[in-house]
Design a protein around this ligand. Structure first.
Ligand SMILES: [Zn+2]
Length: 419
């Protein structure tokens, strides 16, 4: 009761003084007004700053300006060629995938065959999508378990990779559309013992042409102290027998395919010719190939006319590629396009460097053998072609010490491809 009375008395007193509230609170009001002014000033300043920044940005995007500066952030200008068309842009990614796939495949195959692959990236003009690359591995065909492991390994980097075993000719096909290409891997019988321990030595191969006409001659060639490669003419009576003997002795075999020469010499009834149809030439070639079992490559018998015909040679070489065979251009004329065409088609190939027996005299032939060894020393490797003439066989019987003296290793020609 007492408190209520006191409150009323205080209220009555304050009303009686009649001072307005804004007078009493004047200093507080002034302070408030000052801070409001400061705040609004700051707001106005920041609004103005924002406006000018936006207008600068708008001006920079105007089409009247030379070029927007927002592009470089997305496409760094220096590495971009000025006229890059949109079609060219996806290719490097495909090429990179192809490169990765090739590297992985090479590494796996190298481990399988116990060898190292040379680093061979095809030149840019050969890197077109959908191409097929051939790989030859001199080892036994791998087991299914190994192929499964290879698939897993390749799929880590290239998930869409597919592996397939191709029959006749037997090969392992590795395909990837991400990489835009496929690989065809041929597994060929391991090289003869002569192909071992070659580190750093110059290499030479000697091809004995025109084999298959005589079993006696074939046996004589087997007795030579040098492991020569046999090039067997499929049309000859003892072609198959000679091929079997060579296989037993671990000698390398080529199919010596007769081709039409420029002159009057007779290349044989089934020779490939420029005056018959492509179909007939292909039928003849297939007949030749199946007549010499165990061959790993082909070289031409005669052929100074046929090997100068680029279109027909391409037909022949594409068929060799299908069979996983390599090509040795005998270079029976200077105008042969065989080696060049083979390279363009991706067929493993090499060419003859020296003919040993154009002159049938033992002394001259030994001189040519020295020329072969000199060339091997200079180039790292060289390929010779000779014939089973008695003079040539006599010269080769004496030649082994010359190879040793020059430190040149005689090897199968398949180790000297694409030199
Ligand atoms: Zn020949």
């Amino acid at each position: 009761m007492h408190r209520k009375v006191l409150r009323r008395k205080r209220a009555a007193r304050s009303k009686s003084k009649k001072v307005p509230w804004y007078r009493r609170e004047r200093s507080t009001l002034l302070k408030l007004l000052f801070w409001l002014a400061v705040l609004s000033g700051l707001l106005a300043l920041s609004w103005w700053w924002g406006q000018t920044a936006r207008s600068r940005q708008l001006a920079s995007q105007s089409p009247l300006r030379p070029q927007p500066s927002s592009l470089p952030a997305v496409l760094p200008m220096p590495p971009m060629p000025p006229a890059a068309s949109p079609r060219q842009i996806p290719l490097p990614a495909v090429a990179q995938t192809a490169e990765k796939l090739r590297r992985d495949l090479h590494a796996a195959l190298a481990a399988w065959a116990g060898v190292t692959f040379p680093e061979e990236t095809p030149p840019p003009e050969e890197q077109h999508p959908g191409r097929q690359e051939l790989i030859r591995v001199y080892a036994d065909f791998p087991s299914r378990a190994w192929i499964k492991g290879l698939r897993r390994r390749l799929q880590k980097e290239t998930p869409d990779v597919r592996l397939r075993i191709q029959h006749a000719p037997r090969a392992l096909e590795v395909t990837s559309s991400q990489a835009g290409m496929s690989f065809l891997v041929f597994f060929l019988p391991p090289a003869s013992p002569f192909g071992k321990n070659l580190a750093g030595k110059p290499l030479a191969a000697v091809i004995m042409d025109d084999m298959g006409h005589s079993r006696e001659v074939a046996q004589t060639v087997m007795e030579l102290p040098l492991p020569v490669t046999l090039a067997i003419i499929p049309d000859e009576e003892h072609a198959e027998w000679t091929a079997r003997l060579a296989r037993q002795r671990g000698r390398e075999i080529l199919v010596h395919v007769p081709m039409q020469p420029l002159g009057k010499a007779n290349p044989g009834a089934r020779a490939l010719r420029t005056d018959i149809s492509d179909q007939e030439n292909l039928a003849r070639l297939r007949w030749h190939l199946q007549r010499v079992p165990g061959a790993v490559g082909v070289n031409n018998h005669m052929g100074s006319r046929f090997t100068a015909d680029g279109r027909r040679m391409a037909l022949v070489l594409a068929e060799l590629r299908r069979h996983g065979l390599f090509f040795v251009d005998s270079r029976t004329s200077g105008s042969s396009v065989g080696y060049r065409t083979a390279r363009n088609l991706g067929v493993a190939s090499t060419g003859r460097d020296v003919f040993l027996d154009n002159e049938r005299q033992v002394g001259k032939i030994l001189g040519q053998i020295d020329a072969l060894l000199a060339k091997a020393g200079k180039q790292g490797s060289a390929v010779a072609i000779c014939h089973p003439y008695p003079e040539t066989l006599a010269a080769l019987r004496q030649a082994a010490p010359r190879f040793r003296a020059r430190g040149v290793e005689l090897v199968p020609v398949r180790l000297l491809l694409d030199k």
